[in-house]
Design a protein around this ligand. Structure first.
Ligand code: GAL
Length: 745
């Protein structure tokens, strides 16, 4: 259906003849010109719905260009480097949607997009949401911001990527504040219109009638679209992560435990804190230094404060001797009091943030100036990473949208990509030293899978933190439910348990000065869970290797688990006997439990709760601690004690562990492995290893060693470890202790 947009032609002066009163011939001329314009048509002025032209760019990934894409996009800011060989290993797949059902249109400098949606379909992703997993029926304005306590699209990583429960994904690559109507709009020409109902008489009248589309409005006259095939939702996410470079593999120390110290701690205070951790035998693998390390903060000098840190190099060396690295807090707004200010000034935006200038990171010159400064003052001294704060929001703090930048990048584009650009830039510094880092950032977006950062924020709902962890798995970002303070010992231990089953086990004591042993009555339980994390490092590290090599997120929503469905009886509500028996179950928004890797199901407890429900996917599931069968394909209710976080393992699950140590394993270590097996099914696990700190694994300096459990002739279970690949890093001894957790149960 073509429609001539008169306003557009008026604006372009094409209607002038007519408006000047030249009569019928003028009108005709305008029409002819308009028609010619449409036929020759630059894509930038598409003003009728069209079907995009798809081109396969990687196996199972298609791209279409609509109109004229802008110079800055989310993926261009991230400078993604697809992992081509890994993408090729995923199963071949056809285009997953009906092409004719997708339409695009550019009107008035904005792009309109429409994708089909089936009746039973669920939509996941669309940002780091805190309150719900299935986004169907919601309207979101994707805008980088702090989380304002409602899932409205404004959040720390408003990634315009969604994964459908039907097993395909869609990414809109535009650095703009776009609006997503995730199954809310109903067109007059819909092929699947909702049933017309009379509210006066029909009880089934619905204020939100069925919608058969996901529609998006993007305030840009063009963009690139990507469609990802599955066939499973997990494979969609794998393709997305691999296109973006594969997930990040942290150094081993990054997967240990970290404490962030109070803002004004001196180097002496920090060394004392390390000693206290040793006295309490509590794991500590890196330490977070908050704003006080700098001579000025908010805005920042990025230079050490000479009173609190008289000898940064000596301090970092003392930490290094104890196998601990330091992570420095910063925000990127440059203080007039620092040596970087004058150099950056010509390359900064028109507005300030806390009186600091806002560097235009799209400019190579700025990036170089930052690199020189940071290399000299921090990386060359041994700094292990950064916490990059305040790159998300609030609107009244950050640069306003009227800000201009010297590169011509708009304030809106800058807002949507700033967090990604600082991640990409800093990641490269460490890479140039062949040293892995692992840090924190408060804003991200599409394209960030391969960056060494975990998102955090100032919000503090334990439950919502877990939902964010679940949602992070759809969009190629990592999230930590950091612990800061608690009202009770119960809350303290529950929060500590969750954070130890997350991408970064962190106590952020910047304001409260809390320690893991702040509540003495639960000190043992807290120590136990942190030690369990250290013991699980071989499993966790391998899980992150899967993120890098295969694109599988380390912490996963249940919706990414194959066979996630339930017996109808397991779910309350009236069932329609003719419907898919699993449909009712999977409609439940499961937002408080998740998978860590392939085998472990984590069901955190929240303060005040004595029991909880756990949704067990198909197959038998076993208690991690006892090996006892707990159920299969059903919803169970558990009443665990305070001292443990409920963990379950899939039938045939194999969990390699090491003796818990307060520090991360070193490259030279040869550690004894205990391999646990759960259930009765045979199973295998490809244990990953490398030197734990460098990028040599990218050049083949790594190994996968298969651990297998089989049924023996006598009916018992027997485990074997494949001979480790010669000449490759492998930090475990050959004498494996096999523990069959369920045998004899
Ligand atoms: C906040 C940040 C906190 C802490 C604090 C220091 O913006 O979210 O984690 O770093 O700054 O001033």
């Amino acid at each position: 259906m073509m429609r001539i947009d008169f306003e557009r032609f008026k604006n372009k002066g094409l209607m002038k003849t007519n408006l000047n009163g030249n009569g019928v011939s003028g009108v005709k001329k305008a029409w002819m010109l308009a028609l010619a314009y449409l036929l020759i048509g630059s894509n930038a002025v598409l003003n009728a719905q069209q079907a995009p032209v798809w081109q396969q760019v990687h196996p199972g990934i298609w791209k279409a260009t609509v109109g004229k894409p802008e110079k800055i996009s989310l993926l261009s800011a991230a400078a993604i480097k697809p992992r081509v060989s890994a993408l090729a290993k995923l199963p071949a797949a056809g285009f997953p949607l009906e092409k004719g059902a997708i339409s695009v249109q550019v009107v008035d400098g904005k792009t309109y997009l429409r994708f089909p949606l089936d009746r039973e379909e669920q939509i996941f992703g669309l940002g780091l949401n805190f309150q719900s997993v299935n986004k169907r029926g919601q309207i979101l304005n994707l805008h980088v911001d702090h989380f304002g306590e409602t899932d409205n699209g404004r959040n720390h990583a408003p990634v315009p990527f969604y994964v459908s429960s039907k097993g395909y994904g869609v990414l809109v690559d535009a650095a703009r504040y776009m609006t997503v109507y995730a199954g809310t709009g109903v067109r007059t020409d819909s092929k699947n219109p909702p049933v017309l109902r009379d509210r006066n008489t029909d009880q089934q009248w619905d204020a939100q009638p069925y919608s058969d589309a996901v529609e998006l409005l993007v305030p840009a006259a063009g963009l690139n679209l990507y469609v990802f095939a599955g066939p499973t939702p997990m494979q969609v996410v794998q393709r997305y992560n691999l296109m973006n470079g594969g997930g990040y593999l942290p150094p081993k120390w990054g997967l240990g435990f970290t404490q962030r110290v109070p803002t004004l701690y001196t180097q002496q205070d920090i060394l004392k804190e390390v000693q206290q951790f040793e006295e309490h035998r509590f794991p500590l693998t890196f330490i977070g230094v908050e704003p006080g390390w700098q001579s000025m903060a908010y805005p920042c000098t990025f230079e050490w404060d000479s009173t609190r840190f008289p000898d940064p190099k000596g301090f970092l060396n003392q930490l290094a001797e104890k196998q601990i690295t330091a992570n420095l807090w910063l925000n990127p707004y440059v203080s007039p009091k620092g040596s970087l200010y004058a150099k950056i000034k010509p390359f900064s935006g028109s507005h300030t943030v806390w009186n600091g200038i806002v560097p235009d990171f799209t400019m190579p010159k700025v990036r170089q100036l930052f690199k020189d400064h940071f290399m000299r003052h921090h990386l060359s001294l041994g700094v292990g990473g950064y916490k990059i704060d305040e790159v998300d929001g609030f609107d009244s703090w950050l640069w306003p949208d009227v800000t201009t930048f010297p590169s011509g990048t708009t304030a809106e584009q800058m807002r949507q990509t700033y967090g990604v650009m600082v991640q990409q830039m800093t990641a490269e510094w460490f890479k140039s030293m062949n040293k892995r880092t692992y840090g924190l950032v408060r804003a991200s977006n599409a394209g960030a899978s391969s960056f060494p950062y975990v998102i955090y924020n100032d919000y503090y709902s334990h439950r919502d933190f877990i939902t964010a962890l679940i949602n992070s798995s759809f969009i190629g970002v990592l999230w930590t439910p950091e612990v800061r303070a608690s009202k009770s010992a119960e809350e303290w231990v529950r929060r500590m348990q969750s954070v130890c089953f997350s991408p970064m086990a962190m106590l952020n004591a910047w304001a409260d000065g809390t320690k893991p042993w702040t509540f003495p009555e639960v000190e043992n339980a807290v120590n136990e869970v942190a030690s369990l994390r250290m013991a699980l490092l071989p499993y966790l590290y391998t899980t992150f290797a899967q993120y890098h090599f295969d694109g599988k997120p380390p912490f996963r929503a249940m919706n990414l688990v194959e066979g996630f469905g339930f017996k109808p009886t397991a779910v309350a509500g009236t069932l329609d006997a003719t419907a898919n028996p699993y449909a009712m179950g999977i409609k439940t928004d499961v937002k408080d439990q998740y998978m860590m890797g392939d085998f472990m199901l984590v069901a955190p407890m929240f303060a005040g709760d004595k029991s909880r429900k756990v949704y067990l996917p198909m197959g038998n599931w076993y208690d991690f601690y006892t090996g006892k069968l707990v159920g299969e394909n059903e919803v169970i209710t558990i009443t665990p004690g305070l001292d443990k976080i409920p963990l379950f393992v899939k039938d045939g699950g194999i969990i390699p562990m090491i003796p818990s140590s307060p520090r991360a394993p070193k490259a030279s270590d040869v550690l004894p492995l205990t391999v646990r097996h759960y259930g009765t099914a045979p199973g295998s696990f490809d244990l990953y290893d490398d030197d734990g700190t460098s990028f040599n694994y990218e050049r083949g300096q790594c190994s996968f060693t298969r651990l297998t459990v089989q049924k023996l002739a006598n009916g018992r279970l027997g485990g074997t470890m494949q001979a480790p690949t010669g000449g490759k890093p492998f930090g475990y001894s050959n004498a494996v202790k096999w523990v069959y957790m369920t045998e004899g149960e």
